[in-house]
Write a protein that binds this ligand. Structure first.
Ligand SMILES: Cc1cc2nc3c(=O)[nH]c(=O)nc-3n(C[C@H](O)[C@H](O)[C@H](O)COP(=O)(O)O)c2cc1C
Length: 188
């Protein structure tokens, strides 16, 4: 499908399942701009989602859902031409594996593929504070062409709810992914 995006969404076990939920909600609403969404989650991501959001709704979106060791997933190969990968939230463990090319599960392999194909990798990293190891891994990922988009909400749009606060991060991710969506624009 010409010009429509093929997107991998990887969800890892950092705090901030709300970012993944809002991202999936947004992608669902933007489906006219999207050819495919493939989702892959780590085991810890499922645990954290259940703990923070109180449900197992991550596979209820009608998107293609892949097991974390399913290397038959299309985006495990560059030939499938997925153009964008978003890791939200991105744990420090996943960041480290990707920064060091350790492709031992579908998440790290898909990221490896996106980087080698010079396509767009957006990592919504979440932890605080950061160690030098974390910062060096972010530097390595940036040097390899990836985008570090930290799960740092902004407040200049005067968000009122937790969802509105978290959406300030997801709005930046949607912009970075090249999708068109109405959202708060400073002084617009
Ligand atoms: C409730 C909860 C919150 C967590 N928050 C973070 C976090 O914000 N950042 C992080 O790097 N790891 C966090 N962790 C730890 C990761 O889940 C853990 O390092 C795990 O090995 C990551 O594996 P994954 O990258 O395969 O998901 C959290 C764990 C739990 C249970």
């Amino acid at each position: 499908m010409l010009n429509k995006k093929k997107i991998v969404v990887a969800i890892t076990g950092a705090s901030g399942s709300i970012y993944a939920k809002l991202l999936l909600d947004n992608l669902k609403a933007l489906q006219s701009q999207i050819d495919k969404v493939g989702i892959v989650m780590s085991d810890n991501a499922k645990e954290v989602w259940r703990y923070e959001l109180g449900n197992d709704d991550y596979d209820s979106y009608g998107f293609d859902f892949y097991a974390k060791m399913d290397f038959n997933a299309p985006f495990a190969s560059g030939s499938a031409k997925y153009d964008t990968m978003i890791i939200a939230p991105c744990s420090m463990g996943a960041l480290g594996r990707i920064a060091h090319g350790i492709s031992n599960d579908l998440i790290s392999r898909a990221a490896d593929v996106i980087l080698k194909e010079r396509r767009k990798l957006i990592a919504v990293v979440r932890d605080t504070p950061f160690s030098l190891i974390h910062l060096n891994n972010m530097k390595a990922l940036t040097e390899a062409g990836g985008i570090i988009c930290p799960a740092n909400p902004s407040f200049y749009s005067l968000p009122k709810t937790i969802e509105e606060v978290a959406q300030t991060v997801v709005d930046r991710v949607i912009d970075l992914a090249g999708l068109e969506k109405e959202s708060y624009r400073w002084n617009d």
